[in-house]
Design a protein around this ligand. Structure first.
Ligand SMILES: *Cc1c(COP(=O)(O)O)cnc(C)c1O
Length: 402
């Protein structure tokens, strides 16, 4: 049998710390490796596979579009692009859409839009305030926006114009705001930073401050969007509307696509200001349209909310049982379990052995982000496995204390 992991070491740059498993097939919330072993997938392509794997509606849309027209250019009009943009605008607070290919391109484009707004309307202001422990992507500018030294250190000097301040702290944003500030960019819930949920009033306070200072509020909903937190977009639970929003991950149901959306007031690009060869690609847009349409018509968001609440209640029961679980937090189907020590990698490896895929979002926390179409049965199965793994971990901890 081919040793794919050996071949990978030979041919690919070593940038990912991978789990020792090679997946070749998926169906619903299940995936299979190259030796035919099945796994329950609570990583979900990193919050991407919102409809699960090989969803018939999505594969049908992709294959029909592939037979019709895969790529044109943005020198002409494109129907899948227009249909997707219409669906996004009609189901959000925004007026205009720019389509791109990934999350980092979406946040980067959102920042470019805010800078142009600053040039036109705020006396050339260009600085964007972002937060510590945020994640906005891996381009050089988004590494500067991402308030995590571990992503920044190798790449200095970083592009200027970004201030990283404390999250969930309105005073930190107020203090950082100056004459050069054009925008604040935040995640509604910090995803890669550890599923950090801010206090209820935070986004409202930031919104009020941005209005007072005449600067823009950009929400990075790349992870929280597309139903993940129990509403189509997380801002809909916060009582505010951002001026600009970046989305990607779940948007194409697994096909690479990103977008940023803006209110008319902030839609200040003119022809030539921004562009992309693949952005709005018909194949990706057909996938995005089919995914979003299915989410809207088949109560996927409602399912996410109720199954998410069920998962949360099951995890809280585990927390009540074990002292070393210090917190369970999140919303919808974006949840983290925090431990009192750095055992997340071990828990993930042990769950893998029992055929459950989970992510260690940080050394002391695991993250759950399964497809939004799962049911309580899958939750029971996953929590059953995790429960067994934690019971063993608990015994080992007691043994090492003795
Ligand atoms: C994943 C993510 C990104 C980056 O998206 P890529 O598609 O990997 O470039 C940006 N912001 C947030 C909040 C994310 O979760």
């Amino acid at each position: 049998m081919t040793d794919w992991q050996e071949l990978e070491r030979k041919y690919l740059m070593n940038t990912f710390k991978r789990l020792p498993v090679t997946l070749v097939r998926g169906q619903g919330a299940r995936v299979w490796d190259d030796e035919g072993r099945g796994y329950l997938d609570f990583i979900g392509g990193l919050a991407v596979d919102v409809l699960g794997h090989s969803h018939p509606e999505l594969t049908k849309a992709i294959s029909e579009q592939a037979h019709t027209l895969i790529q044109t250019s943005n020198l002409v009009y494109s129907v899948p692009q227009i249909r997707l943009a219409e669906l996004l605008v009609e189901n959000s607070c925004f007026d205009k859409v720019f389509l791109c290919n990934s999350g980092a391109e979406a946040t980067e484009g959102a920042v470019k839009l805010a800078r142009r707004y600053g040039k036109l309307h705020i006396d050339g202001a260009y600085e964007v305030i972002t937060t510590m422990n945020s994640f906005h992507g891996r381009t050089l500018a988004m590494v500067a926006a991402t308030g995590q030294p571990k992503f920044q250190e190798s790449y200095t000097p970083l592009p200027e114009g970004f201030l990283n301040v404390a999250y969930d702290n309105i005073d930190a944003i107020k203090k950082a705001t100056g004459r050069k500030t054009c925008a604040v960019m935040l995640e509604a819930i910090q995803g890669e930073g550890g599923v950090n949920v801010p206090t209820d009033d935070y986004l409202k306070e930031v919104r009020a401050w941005c209005d007072e200072r005449g600067i823009l509020l950009i929400l990075d909903e790349i992870q929280t969007g597309m139903g993940r937190t129990g509403t189509l977009f997380a801002y809909q639970q916060s009582g505010i509307e951002p001026d600009i929003m970046a989305i990607a991950k779940g948007l194409g149901g697994g096909v690479p696509i990103g977008a940023f959306l803006a209110k008319d007031k902030a839609s200040v690009f003119a022809p030539g200001d921004h562009g992309s060869t693949f952005g709005g690609n018909p194949l990706a847009c057909a996938a995005g349209f089919a995914t979003l349409k299915y989410i809207l018509e088949q109560n996927v968001v409602e399912n996410c909310l109720s199954v998410g609440n069920y998962l949360m209640s099951r995890l809280l029961r585990l927390k009540a049982k074990y002292d070393f679980i210090v917190e369970v937090r999140g919303r919808g189907l974006l949840i983290a379990m925090e431990f009192s020590s750095d055992i997340a990698e071990n828990v993930v490896q042990a769950c893998l052995q029992e055929r459950l895929l989970l992510n260690a979002v940080k050394p002391s926390a695991i993250r759950f982000m399964p497809p939004l179409i799962i049911g309580e049965k899958e939750v029971d199965e996953a929590v059953g496995i995790l429960g067994r793994v934690l019971a063993r971990a608990s015994k080992e901890m007691v043994a090492t204390q003795d």
